[in-house]
Write a protein that binds this ligand. Structure first.
Ligand SMILES: O=C(O)[C@@H](O)C(=O)CO
Ligand SMILES: [Mg+2]
Length: 265
Protein backbone atom coordinates (compact mmCIF):
# COMPACT_ATOMS: atom_id res chain seq x y z
CA UNK A 1 0.00 0.00 0.00
CA UNK A 2 1.42 3.43 -0.92
CA UNK A 3 1.68 6.09 1.76
CA UNK A 4 -1.73 7.68 2.18
CA UNK A 5 -2.41 11.41 2.39
CA UNK A 6 -5.74 12.79 3.57
CA UNK A 7 -6.97 15.52 1.25
CA UNK A 8 -8.33 18.08 3.69
CA UNK A 9 -10.29 19.85 0.96
CA UNK A 10 -12.42 16.71 0.51
CA UNK A 11 -12.19 14.60 3.68
CA UNK A 12 -13.17 15.71 7.19
CA UNK A 13 -15.69 18.27 5.98
CA UNK A 14 -17.61 17.47 9.18
CA UNK A 15 -14.95 19.64 10.85
CA UNK A 16 -13.99 23.24 10.06
CA UNK A 17 -10.75 23.36 8.07
CA UNK A 18 -8.82 24.45 11.17
CA UNK A 19 -9.71 21.17 12.92
CA UNK A 20 -9.11 18.78 10.05
CA UNK A 21 -5.39 18.31 10.77
CA UNK A 22 -6.17 16.91 14.22
CA UNK A 23 -8.95 14.72 12.81
CA UNK A 24 -6.70 13.25 10.11
CA UNK A 25 -3.87 12.59 12.57
CA UNK A 26 -6.32 10.88 14.94
CA UNK A 27 -7.17 8.45 12.12
CA UNK A 28 -3.50 7.60 11.62
CA UNK A 29 -2.70 9.71 8.56
CA UNK A 30 0.91 10.89 8.34
CA UNK A 31 0.46 13.10 5.29
CA UNK A 32 -2.05 15.74 4.18
CA UNK A 33 -2.77 17.64 0.99
CA UNK A 34 -5.30 20.33 0.10
CA UNK A 35 -5.74 22.56 -2.90
CA UNK A 36 -6.00 26.04 -1.41
CA UNK A 37 -3.88 27.08 1.60
CA UNK A 38 -3.98 30.81 0.93
CA UNK A 39 -6.71 31.77 3.40
CA UNK A 40 -4.24 30.88 6.16
CA UNK A 41 -0.80 32.18 6.98
CA UNK A 42 2.02 29.72 6.28
CA UNK A 43 3.24 29.89 9.89
CA UNK A 44 -0.17 28.82 11.20
CA UNK A 45 -0.34 25.91 8.74
CA UNK A 46 3.20 24.85 9.64
CA UNK A 47 2.19 24.90 13.31
CA UNK A 48 -0.73 22.56 12.60
CA UNK A 49 1.54 20.12 10.79
CA UNK A 50 4.06 20.14 13.64
CA UNK A 51 1.43 19.85 16.36
CA UNK A 52 -0.12 16.79 14.74
CA UNK A 53 2.97 15.07 13.36
CA UNK A 54 1.88 15.51 9.76
CA UNK A 55 3.76 16.02 6.54
CA UNK A 56 2.48 18.42 3.88
CA UNK A 57 2.57 16.33 0.72
CA UNK A 58 1.02 18.64 -1.87
CA UNK A 59 -0.95 21.83 -2.39
CA UNK A 60 -1.91 23.90 -5.42
CA UNK A 61 -0.35 27.06 -6.74
CA UNK A 62 -2.94 29.88 -6.67
CA UNK A 63 -5.89 29.44 -9.00
CA UNK A 64 -5.50 33.03 -10.17
CA UNK A 65 -4.90 36.59 -8.99
CA UNK A 66 -1.87 38.87 -8.84
CA UNK A 67 -2.24 40.03 -5.22
CA UNK A 68 -2.88 38.29 -1.91
CA UNK A 69 -6.51 39.44 -1.89
CA UNK A 70 -7.10 38.38 -5.47
CA UNK A 71 -5.50 34.99 -4.77
CA UNK A 72 -7.82 34.46 -1.79
CA UNK A 73 -10.88 35.19 -3.94
CA UNK A 74 -9.73 33.33 -7.07
CA UNK A 75 -11.15 29.82 -6.48
CA UNK A 76 -14.61 31.11 -5.49
CA UNK A 77 -14.42 33.46 -8.47
CA UNK A 78 -14.18 30.45 -10.81
CA UNK A 79 -10.46 30.57 -11.61
CA UNK A 80 -8.76 27.20 -12.06
CA UNK A 81 -5.19 28.17 -12.82
CA UNK A 82 -3.64 30.51 -15.36
CA UNK A 83 -0.81 28.54 -16.97
CA UNK A 84 -2.43 28.35 -20.42
CA UNK A 85 -4.23 31.70 -20.35
CA UNK A 86 -3.05 34.59 -22.50
CA UNK A 87 -2.95 37.87 -20.58
CA UNK A 88 -2.48 36.16 -17.20
CA UNK A 89 1.29 35.81 -17.10
CA UNK A 90 1.71 38.33 -14.28
CA UNK A 91 -0.80 36.39 -12.17
CA UNK A 92 0.88 33.12 -13.08
CA UNK A 93 4.32 34.32 -11.98
CA UNK A 94 2.98 35.98 -8.84
CA UNK A 95 1.20 32.73 -7.98
CA UNK A 96 4.29 30.58 -8.45
CA UNK A 97 6.35 32.82 -6.19
CA UNK A 98 3.64 32.84 -3.52
CA UNK A 99 3.29 29.05 -3.72
CA UNK A 100 7.04 28.68 -3.31
CA UNK A 101 6.91 30.79 -0.15
CA UNK A 102 4.28 28.41 1.23
CA UNK A 103 6.28 25.37 0.11
CA UNK A 104 9.31 26.60 2.05
CA UNK A 105 7.29 27.29 5.19
CA UNK A 106 5.46 23.95 4.98
CA UNK A 107 8.53 21.97 3.89
CA UNK A 108 6.43 20.67 1.00
CA UNK A 109 8.36 19.10 -1.88
CA UNK A 110 5.74 19.45 -4.62
CA UNK A 111 3.13 21.87 -5.93
CA UNK A 112 0.27 21.26 -8.37
CA UNK A 113 0.11 23.92 -11.10
CA UNK A 114 -3.31 24.19 -12.74
CA UNK A 115 -3.59 25.06 -16.42
CA UNK A 116 -6.82 27.08 -16.45
CA UNK A 117 -10.27 26.99 -18.02
CA UNK A 118 -9.54 27.50 -21.68
CA UNK A 119 -12.17 25.90 -23.95
CA UNK A 120 -11.02 25.90 -27.54
CA UNK A 121 -7.54 27.08 -26.61
CA UNK A 122 -5.18 27.60 -29.54
CA UNK A 123 -1.75 26.20 -30.46
CA UNK A 124 -0.39 29.51 -29.24
CA UNK A 125 -1.98 28.91 -25.84
CA UNK A 126 -0.29 25.51 -25.74
CA UNK A 127 3.06 27.15 -26.36
CA UNK A 128 2.34 29.66 -23.59
CA UNK A 129 1.44 26.80 -21.24
CA UNK A 130 4.71 24.99 -22.01
CA UNK A 131 6.69 28.20 -21.65
CA UNK A 132 5.06 29.07 -18.32
CA UNK A 133 5.62 25.56 -16.96
CA UNK A 134 9.28 25.59 -18.01
CA UNK A 135 9.82 28.99 -16.36
CA UNK A 136 8.07 27.86 -13.17
CA UNK A 137 9.89 24.51 -13.01
CA UNK A 138 13.25 26.25 -13.19
CA UNK A 139 12.26 28.74 -10.48
CA UNK A 140 10.94 25.95 -8.24
CA UNK A 141 14.04 23.81 -8.81
CA UNK A 142 16.15 26.58 -7.27
CA UNK A 143 14.22 25.87 -4.06
CA UNK A 144 14.29 22.07 -4.50
CA UNK A 145 10.55 21.94 -5.16
CA UNK A 146 8.96 19.91 -7.96
CA UNK A 147 5.92 20.99 -9.93
CA UNK A 148 3.13 18.67 -11.01
CA UNK A 149 0.39 18.82 -13.63
CA UNK A 150 -2.88 16.87 -13.49
CA UNK A 151 -5.42 16.00 -16.18
CA UNK A 152 -8.91 16.90 -14.94
CA UNK A 153 -12.10 15.55 -16.52
CA UNK A 154 -14.54 17.80 -18.34
CA UNK A 155 -17.63 16.59 -16.50
CA UNK A 156 -16.34 18.05 -13.24
CA UNK A 157 -14.49 20.97 -14.80
CA UNK A 158 -15.84 21.86 -18.25
CA UNK A 159 -13.33 23.58 -20.51
CA UNK A 160 -10.30 22.77 -18.35
CA UNK A 161 -7.24 22.93 -20.58
CA UNK A 162 -5.38 19.80 -19.42
CA UNK A 163 -7.80 16.91 -19.56
CA UNK A 164 -6.04 13.83 -20.97
CA UNK A 165 -3.06 11.78 -19.82
CA UNK A 166 -1.70 11.90 -23.35
CA UNK A 167 -1.75 15.72 -23.36
CA UNK A 168 0.03 15.82 -19.99
CA UNK A 169 2.74 13.33 -20.90
CA UNK A 170 3.41 14.92 -24.28
CA UNK A 171 3.88 18.30 -22.57
CA UNK A 172 6.20 16.90 -19.90
CA UNK A 173 8.33 15.13 -22.49
CA UNK A 174 8.46 18.25 -24.66
CA UNK A 175 9.54 20.49 -21.78
CA UNK A 176 11.93 17.86 -20.47
CA UNK A 177 12.56 19.51 -17.10
CA UNK A 178 13.45 17.03 -14.32
CA UNK A 179 11.52 19.12 -11.81
CA UNK A 180 8.20 18.68 -13.66
CA UNK A 181 6.09 15.58 -13.22
CA UNK A 182 2.68 14.03 -13.35
CA UNK A 183 -0.04 13.98 -10.71
CA UNK A 184 -2.15 11.03 -11.81
CA UNK A 185 -5.65 11.30 -10.38
CA UNK A 186 -7.26 7.91 -11.01
CA UNK A 187 -10.74 9.41 -10.67
CA UNK A 188 -10.28 11.96 -13.45
CA UNK A 189 -8.49 9.36 -15.55
CA UNK A 190 -11.33 6.84 -15.18
CA UNK A 191 -13.86 9.55 -16.07
CA UNK A 192 -12.00 10.68 -19.18
CA UNK A 193 -10.12 7.67 -20.48
CA UNK A 194 -12.39 4.99 -19.03
CA UNK A 195 -9.70 2.61 -17.75
CA UNK A 196 -7.31 4.13 -15.21
CA UNK A 197 -5.45 0.84 -14.76
CA UNK A 198 -4.63 0.61 -18.47
CA UNK A 199 -3.47 4.24 -18.44
CA UNK A 200 -1.25 3.67 -15.41
CA UNK A 201 0.30 0.60 -17.07
CA UNK A 202 0.84 2.53 -20.28
CA UNK A 203 2.41 5.65 -18.80
CA UNK A 204 4.26 4.23 -15.79
CA UNK A 205 7.45 3.28 -17.71
CA UNK A 206 8.00 6.95 -18.63
CA UNK A 207 8.90 7.59 -14.99
CA UNK A 208 6.89 10.81 -14.81
CA UNK A 209 4.20 9.77 -12.30
CA UNK A 210 5.25 11.45 -9.04
CA UNK A 211 1.94 11.73 -7.17
CA UNK A 212 -1.38 9.87 -7.32
CA UNK A 213 -4.91 10.57 -6.11
CA UNK A 214 -7.95 8.34 -5.83
CA UNK A 215 -11.75 8.39 -5.72
CA UNK A 216 -14.45 6.06 -6.98
CA UNK A 217 -15.81 6.79 -10.44
CA UNK A 218 -18.36 7.97 -11.23
CA UNK A 219 -19.56 9.88 -8.16
CA UNK A 220 -16.17 10.78 -6.63
CA UNK A 221 -16.96 8.89 -3.44
CA UNK A 222 -14.94 6.17 -1.69
CA UNK A 223 -12.83 4.18 -4.19
CA UNK A 224 -14.86 0.99 -3.65
CA UNK A 225 -17.98 2.66 -5.09
CA UNK A 226 -18.01 2.57 -8.86
CA UNK A 227 -15.95 1.02 -11.62
CA UNK A 228 -12.41 1.93 -10.54
CA UNK A 229 -10.15 -1.12 -10.19
CA UNK A 230 -8.69 0.25 -6.99
CA UNK A 231 -7.23 -3.04 -5.71
CA UNK A 232 -5.39 -3.61 -8.97
CA UNK A 233 -4.20 0.00 -9.09
CA UNK A 234 -2.75 -0.21 -5.58
CA UNK A 235 -1.22 -3.62 -6.31
CA UNK A 236 0.40 -2.21 -9.45
CA UNK A 237 1.92 0.72 -7.53
CA UNK A 238 3.24 -1.65 -4.87
CA UNK A 239 4.74 -4.05 -7.37
CA UNK A 240 6.30 -1.17 -9.31
CA UNK A 241 7.97 0.19 -6.16
CA UNK A 242 6.08 3.51 -6.20
CA UNK A 243 7.67 5.82 -3.65
CA UNK A 244 5.13 8.66 -3.83
CA UNK A 245 1.92 9.32 -1.92
CA UNK A 246 -1.68 8.45 -2.72
CA UNK A 247 -4.02 11.34 -1.93
CA UNK A 248 -7.51 10.36 -0.81
CA UNK A 249 -9.43 12.95 -2.78
CA UNK A 250 -13.04 11.88 -2.53
CA UNK A 251 -16.32 13.02 -1.01
CA UNK A 252 -17.24 10.50 1.70
CA UNK A 253 -20.77 9.20 1.23
CA UNK A 254 -21.69 9.07 4.91
CA UNK A 255 -18.94 10.68 6.92
CA UNK A 256 -15.17 10.47 6.63
CA UNK A 257 -14.54 7.93 9.40
CA UNK A 258 -17.40 5.68 8.41
CA UNK A 259 -16.01 5.73 4.88
CA UNK A 260 -12.46 4.62 5.69
CA UNK A 261 -13.53 0.96 5.72
CA UNK A 262 -12.34 0.32 2.14
CA UNK A 263 -8.77 0.69 3.41
CA UNK A 264 -9.21 -2.28 5.70
CA UNK A 265 -10.60 -4.53 2.96
O1 LIG B 1 -8.61 16.63 -8.72
C1 LIG B 1 -8.74 17.74 -8.23
O2 LIG B 1 -9.80 18.33 -8.24
C2 LIG B 1 -7.56 18.34 -7.51
O3 LIG B 1 -6.48 17.47 -7.52
C3 LIG B 1 -7.15 19.69 -7.87
O4 LIG B 1 -6.06 20.06 -7.53
C4 LIG B 1 -8.00 20.62 -8.64
O5 LIG B 1 -9.25 20.79 -8.13
MG1 LIG C 1 -6.98 15.51 -8.15
Amino acid sequence: MPRLAANLGFLYQEWPFEERFAAAAADGFKGVEYPVPYAHEPAWLAGQLRAHGLQQVLFNAPAGGASRDAVRRAWEGGWRGTASLPGEQAAFRYGIDLALEYAQALDCPQIHVMSGINPGGSDRDRLLWLHNLAWAAERAAQQHVSLLIEAINHTDMPGYWLHTQQQAHAALIEIGHPGLGMQLDFYHCQMTEGDALAQLRHYWPGGLVRHTQIAGAPGRHEPDHGSLQWRELLAFLDAAGYQGWLGLEYRPRQGTRAGLGWLRQ
